[in-house]
Design a protein around this ligand. Structure first.
Ligand SMILES: Cc1cc2nc3c(=O)[nH]c(=O)nc-3n(C[C@H](O)[C@H](O)[C@H](O)COP(=O)(O)OP(=O)(O)OC[C@H]3O[C@@H](n4cnc5c(N)ncnc54)[C@H](O)[C@@H]3O)c2cc1C
Length: 482
């Protein structure tokens, strides 16, 4: 009832076609890229300006109704999963590039602008936007900010947080504020980036533009198994070479990519390594010689070097399509996203092999090998009773392996709704409550994307519930409980 009244009020601050309540149309938005978590949103709105976003959020605040931001819905941790009792605020009509400032190497864009659109707008002038998630053709910059997204080239150039200079956001009570990397004091910009929509909604993003490298060399090395590839990765980094990207795919991932896009990787490869070097011509030439030698010493039986932009695209084709390609060899799969120290890669991969045998579940491995970011694709057939559940267990056990080896439960896809239950495996109650104090400072009513990131009701309370005890900081009077 209160949602109906809220929808009527939303119609007063937005154009009529920007408020969706039709149950059939609402289902378009019931999930993100993590499709096994679904919920039909109470109301969907499509604002066109920051002022409209603020007006919507103020109404949510007035009605005490939760809201969730959504960019392009490509997230893989259920971060944009809507609330049946809430409003989904979709930024797809906020797609303007507002300013391109080449002398200062920056651009100001609305949150719905796609990642790749920024590069396309400045490439002719010799610049690009460096973070490059494989979903870059469709994912939004607002989603990238919320997830602190990475990509193949983040090994050398850093994640979203290293390329965002400022944000305009709507706070959970509907105020429009600006955060900048020039602000003295606490790094609130840093706190917002990666906050997965729990601290408010980004309505404008100022990004850093990087000059296109003078020279790029891409090579593909084929190994009989992943051990050789792993050894090459460690040796390349140990030799002081920081490639723009080092990506690895195992035999099952190669099989899927071949079935989907015919990438024509070397026959008989148990693993392929894609290494991209960029920078000044002389440096790339020098590094290439070292990388080629290391790959051969580590057992590569074939090395291909891209001689043109087309050949470079052909090498990347298999890797960039890897997630979707797995659909060719399995009716369903879970994309996992764990991180381990590079040196632990062989042990963790061996552990994943053991899990495959123990549970009778296949796992295809695709990873940003340079920064130890694994993307195990856990395959299952949802028509076979119990297989989905076993895949879930394997998926969780892989994260255990990552934590046991000094890693993390997420490298770039965020915690969302999917991995909130794993947070207590990495953090103590006090750690989680301390994070929640930050959240409460932005969102005391807990209306901004509730139920994500944190596992249970805590402090200012996403859902009514009882905490086990008072946080030590609150007890000592150093922090306030809202
Ligand atoms: C095939 C495929 C490949 C991928 N490859 C990569 C990869 O290489 N690297 C990587 O890091 N990720 C990758 N992803 C994951 C995903 O694309 C990223 O997380 C991306 O940043 C999500 O952007 P989006 O616009 O789709 O956000 P959504 O899925 O719509 O939302 C993601 C989160 O951001 C929040 N959000 C969205 N917009 C805003 C806003 N304006 N203000 C505040 N919060 C907001 C949402 O509430 C949600 O919590 C991949 C996904 C797919 C499907």
């Amino acid at each position: 009832m209160s949602l109906q009244r809220l929808a009527a009020r939303l119609g007063e601050v937005l154009t009529p076609d920007a408020v969706i309540t039709d149950p059939v149309r609402l289902r378009t938005y019931e999930c993100d890229g993590l499709t096994y978590h679904r919920a039909t949103p109470g109301v969907v709105v499509l604002p066109e300006t920051a002022e409209q976003v603020a007006a919507v959020v103020r109404l949510c605040d007035e009605f005490g109704v939760p809201f969730v931001a959504r960019g392009s819905g490509t997230g893989l941790s259920g971060g944009a999963l809507p609330r049946t009792d809430g409003v989904l605020i979709v930024t797809s009509r906020m797609r303007r590039i507002l300013e391109i400032d080449i002398p200062n190497r920056r651009a100001v864009v609305e949150p719905g602008v796609t990642n790749l659109a920024i590069t396309e707008a400045v490439r002719d002038q010799g610049y690009y936007y460096a973070p490059d998630p494989s979903s870059q053709q469709i994912c939004s910059i607002g989603g990238n900010v919320a997830e602190n997204s990475g990509g193949a080239h983040c090994l050398k150039y850093g994640f979203t947080v290293n390329h965002v200079l400022g944000i305009e956001l709507v706070t959970p009570d509907g105020e429009i504020v600006e955060l900048s990397d020039r602000d003295p004091g606490y790094d609130l910009l840093g706190a917002f980036i990666g906050s997965e929509g729990t601290l408010g909604i980004a309505t404008k993003v100022t990004v850093r533009l990087s000059p296109l490298p003078e020279s790029v060399t891409t090579l593909l090395a084929a190994f009989s198994g992943i051990e050789g590839g792993g050894q090459a990765v460690s040796a390349i980094i140990a030799a002081g070479v920081v490639p723009a990207a080092i990506e690895m795919m195992d035999a099952l991932a190669i099989e899927a990519a071949e079935a989907a896009v015919r990438c024509d990787y070397p026959a008989g490869a148990g693993a392929v390594l894609i290494v991209e070097l960029d920078g000044p011509h002389a440096e790339v030439e020098h590094q290439f010689a070292a990388v080629e030698r290391i790959c051969r010493e580590s057992g590569a039986f074939e090395i291909r070097v891209a001689a043109s932009a087309e050949e470079r695209a052909a090498i990347w084709k298999g890797r960039k399509s890897a997630f979707a390609a797995v659909g060719r060899i399995s009716p369903a799969y879970i994309v996992q996203d764990g991180v381990v120290p590079r040196t632990a890669l062989p042990e963790v991969l061996a552990g994943i092999d053991r899990l495959q045998e123990e549970f009778g579940i296949r796992v295809a491995n695709v990873f940003h090998a340079g920064d130890g970011n694994l993307h195990p694709l856990v395959l299952f057939d949802d028509a076979v009773p119990g297989q989905g559940e076993r895949a879930e267990v394997v998926s969780g056990r892989i994260l255990d392996l990552c934590i046991d080896h000094g890693g993390s439960i997420t490298g770039e896809h965020g915690v969302g709704v999917d991995k909130s239950r794993y947070m207590p495996r990495m953090f103590s109650e006090e750690d989680l409550d301390t994070m929640q104090l930050v959240r409460c400072a932005f969102d005391p009513k807990g209306l901004s994307n509730p139920g994500k990131v944190f596992p249970t009701p805590r402090l200012c309370g996403e859902v009514p519930g009882v905490r086990k005890g008072v946080h030590p900081l609150v007890e000592s009077g150093l922090a306030e409980q809202f």
